[in-house]
Design a protein around this ligand. Structure first.
Ligand code: BG6
Length: 527
C-alpha cells in the first residue's frame, strides 16, 4: 500500500489559499512524499530529459513533493562540469517548464542536488565509477541507498544499461531497506519478438516489481479520471456494455508533424508510436472490467485481459479493417507545411505511416459485437484527443414529427486540450408541439477545479518514486499489445507499396478512414 503522509510533516507546505477557495478541491490535502532517493538519469543530455523529465522534477520540487534528501545523478556521454550542465538544464527549463517564470530560488535548491556523471553506456568502468559515486552520495546526501534508474536514452541502449547495472550490483536491494527501481521509456521493443527479448534481458537483472515501463498517456489526468468516472460512479457501469453502447471511437489528432524526430519516426510510424501503446491503453481503460482493488496488479490484470480479448487480425482483416496514411504538403493553422517525405531525416520515398485508423473488436461477454474505432494522425487540423462512447438509438422512436431527427446519446471524454466530459441528449425545444433538439451537458476541468493539471511525467515520476506501478505497463501487457500490432505489420509487408502521400496536411486523414465507418453506416465524430 502507498504510504500516505502529510507533506507538511517533511517539508514546508505550498500556500493552499487558492485551493481553499474552491469547494471541489476540499479534502484534497493529502500529499505523498517519497523516501529519500537518488534519481539516476540516463540520457541526461537528450531531448526527453530536457523537455519532460527535468521540468517534471522541477515542478515536483517546487510543489514540495520531493524529499529534502534527493539527488539527481545525470549520466551522459558528453563532457560537462556540474555547473555547465546545470546551466544547460536551466536554459531548457526556461523553455519547457509549464509554470513560468522559473523560480530562481527553487531552481537553485534543486540544481544544487544535480550532479553530472560522464560515462559511455558500453563501458563497464563507467558503471563501476557510478556505483562508487552513488555510495558516496548516500553518505553525503543521505539518500539511504534508494535508487531510481531512469532510462531516457535511445531504445537501443536499454538492454545494455540494464545489463551494466546488473554487472556492478546496482540492482541489488539492500537488507536495510534501500530499494532499486528502473523506469524504461517507450518504445518497448518493435515487435513481439524484440519485446520478449528485452523483457528477458531486463528480467535477468531486475524483478518485475522493480520495473516501471512508461506509457505517458496513463499519467494524464483525464486518462486517470476515466477510472474514477467508470468505477467511482454507480450510474454508468450498468449501461457500459453491448446492450447500450453502439460503438466507441478513440481519436488522437496532432497538428504537429514529426518535428525533429524524422529518423525516429521512420523506424516507428504511427502503428508502433501510438497503436501499440497509447491507443490500446486507452481502449483497455474503456473496456476493462472493474478491478477488485485499486492496486497495481489488480488493475493491470484487468487491462491485460482486454488486450488479450482483442481479435488478432487475419491478413484479410488487416487489409479491410486497418487504414494507413501519410501526409503530403498542405496548410495547418494557416501556415504552409511540407509533406512527410520532405521532413528532415526522412526518406523522400518513405512508406512510413503518419496516420492509422483501425476497427478492433473485444471478444468478451461485455463487448461482443461492439466495434472500437481507433485513429491517430500527425498533421491533422488540430490537436485533440477524445474518447467517444456512442450509445444505441432508442428502441422505439416516439418523436418522429420533430423537425430535427434526435440523435442517440453520446458521451465524449476529452483527454486534451480543454479537458472534460460531455453528455449529449435530446431535449424538447420550448414552444407548442414537440420538437426535439440535441443539447449537451458539459463538465470542464479548468472551470470546475480552477487549477492546472500536473503533467503526465510529474504524476508518473512521483508514482515511481513512491513505488506505485499502477500506471506503468507490465511485461505481459506490452507483449499482448504487440500481438495485436504484429499481424497488421506483417500484412502490410505483404501488400504492394502504399499510395503515399494519401492525405493533405491539415485534413482529417485519408478517405479510406471515413469509409471504414461509412460501410457500417457510421461516421467519425467531428471534433
Ligand atoms: C509520444 C509520441 O509518445 O507522444 C509522439 O512518440 C507524440 O509522436 C507524443 O507526439 C504525444 O504526446 P502528448 O502528451 O503531447 O499527447
Amino acid at each position: 500500500m502507498r504510504e500516505l503522509r502529510l507533506a507538511a510533516e517533511t517539508r514546508r507546505r505550498a500556500p493552499a489559499a487558492r485551493h481553499a477557495e474552491n469547494p471541489l478541491r476540499e479534502g484534497l490535502r493529502l500529499e505523498r512524499v517519497p523516501d529519500p532517493a537518488a534519481f539516476v538519469l540516463f540520457g541526461a543530455t537528450g531531448d526527453l530529459a530536457h523537455r519532460k523529465v527535468i521540468p517534471a522534477l522541477y515542478q515536483l520540487w517546487r510543489t514540495h513533493l520531493l524529499p529534502h534528501e534527493f539527488t539527481v545523478v545525470a549520466v551522459g556521454r558528453r563532457a560537462f562540469s556540474d555547473e555547465a550542465f546545470r546551466a544547460e538544464l536551466k536554459a531548457s527549463l526556461d523553455r519547457f517548464s509549464r509554470v513560468q517564470p522559473v523560480d530562481p530560488d527553487e531552481w537553485d535548491e534543486l540544481a544544487s542536488r544535480i550532479v553530472y556523471h560522464r560515462g559511455d553506456f558500453g563501458d563497464p568502468a563507467a558503471f563501476a565509477a557510478l556505483a562508487e559515486r552513488l555510495d558516496r552520495l548516500d553518505e553525503d546526501r543521505r539518500t539511504r541507498g534508494n535508487r531510481l534508474y531512469y532510462l531516457a536514452t535511445h531504445p537501443s541502449a536499454f538492454a545494455e544499461i540494464v545489463a551494466q547495472l546488473g554487472r556492478v550490483g546496482l540492482d541489488h536491494e539492500r537488507h536495510d531497506g534501500g530499494w532499486r527501481r528502473v523506469v524504461i521509456e517507450k518504445p518497448f521493443g518493435r515487435d513481439t519478438e524484440s519485446a520478449v527479448r528485452l523483457n528477458r534481458e531486463v528480467g535477468k537483472v531486475f524483478r518485475e516489481r522493480q520495473v516501471y515501463r512508461i506509457d505517458h498517456y496513463l499519467g494524464k489526468e483525464t486518462v486517470r479520471n476515466l477510472l474514477v468516472f467508470r468505477f467511482g460512479n454507480g450510474i454508468f457501469e450498468p449501461i457500459w456494455n453491448r446492450r447500450h453502447i453502439d460503438h466507441v471511437q478513440i481519436t488522437v489528432a496532432e497538428s504537429i508533424g514529426v518535428e525533429n524526430r524524422g529518423s525516429f519516426y521512420e523506424e516507428t510510424g504511427a502503428s508502433r508510436d501510438f497503436l501499440q501503446n497509447h491507443l490500446l491503453q486507452l481502449l483497455a481503460l474503456v473496456a476493462m472490467e472493474p478491478p477488485t482493488t485499486f492496486e497495481a496488479d489488480a488493475l493491470r490484470d484487468e487491462k491485460v485481459k482486454v488486450v488479450r480479448a482483442i481479435t488478432e487480425a487475419t491478413p484479410e482483416q488487416a487489409r479491410r479493417d486497418v487504414v494507413r496514411g501519410q501526409y503530403g504538403p498542405g496548410w495547418v493553422a494557416a501556415q504552409p507545411v511540407v509533406g512527410y517525405r520532405a521532413e528532415p531525416e526522412v526518406d523522400p520515398a518513405s512508406e512510413t505511416e503518419t496516420f492509422i485508423a483501425a476497427r478492433l473488436t473485444v471478444d468478451d461477454w461485455r463487448w461482443s459485437g461492439v466495434p472500437f474505432y481507433l485513429r491517430m494522425g500527425k498533421r491533422l487540423p488540430k490537436r485533440a484527443t477524445e474518447i467517444a462512447i456512442q450509445f444505441k438509438e432508442v428502441p422505439h422512436q416516439l418523436f418522429r414529427d420533430s423537425t430535427t431527427e434526435p440523435e442517440a446519446n453520446l458521451l465524449a471524454m476529452r483527454i486534451q486540450p480543454d479537458e472534460g466530459i460531455m453528455l449529449r441528449f435530446g431535449a424538447k425545444v420550448p414552444g407548442l408541439g414537440i420538437d426535439v433538439r440535441n443539447v449537451t451537458m458539459d463538465f470542464t476541468y479548468g472551470s470546475a477545479f480552477q487549477s492546472d493539471s500536473p503533467d503526465a511525467y510529474e504524476t508518473l515520476i512521483l508514482d515511481a518514486l513512491l513505488g506505485d506501478a499502477s500506471l506503468f505497463t507490465r511485461a505481459d501487457e506490452v507483449e499482448e499489445a504487440w500481438a495485436i500490432v504484429d499481424p497488421i505489420l506483417a500484412a502490410w509487408a505483404e501488400m504492394p507499396a502504399p499510395d503515399f502521400p494519401n492525405y493533405e496536411a491539415g485534413t482529417w486523414g485519408p478517405e479510406a478512414a471515413d469509409d471504414l465507418l461509412a460501410r457500417e453506416g457510421r461516421r467519425w465524430r467531428r471534433i
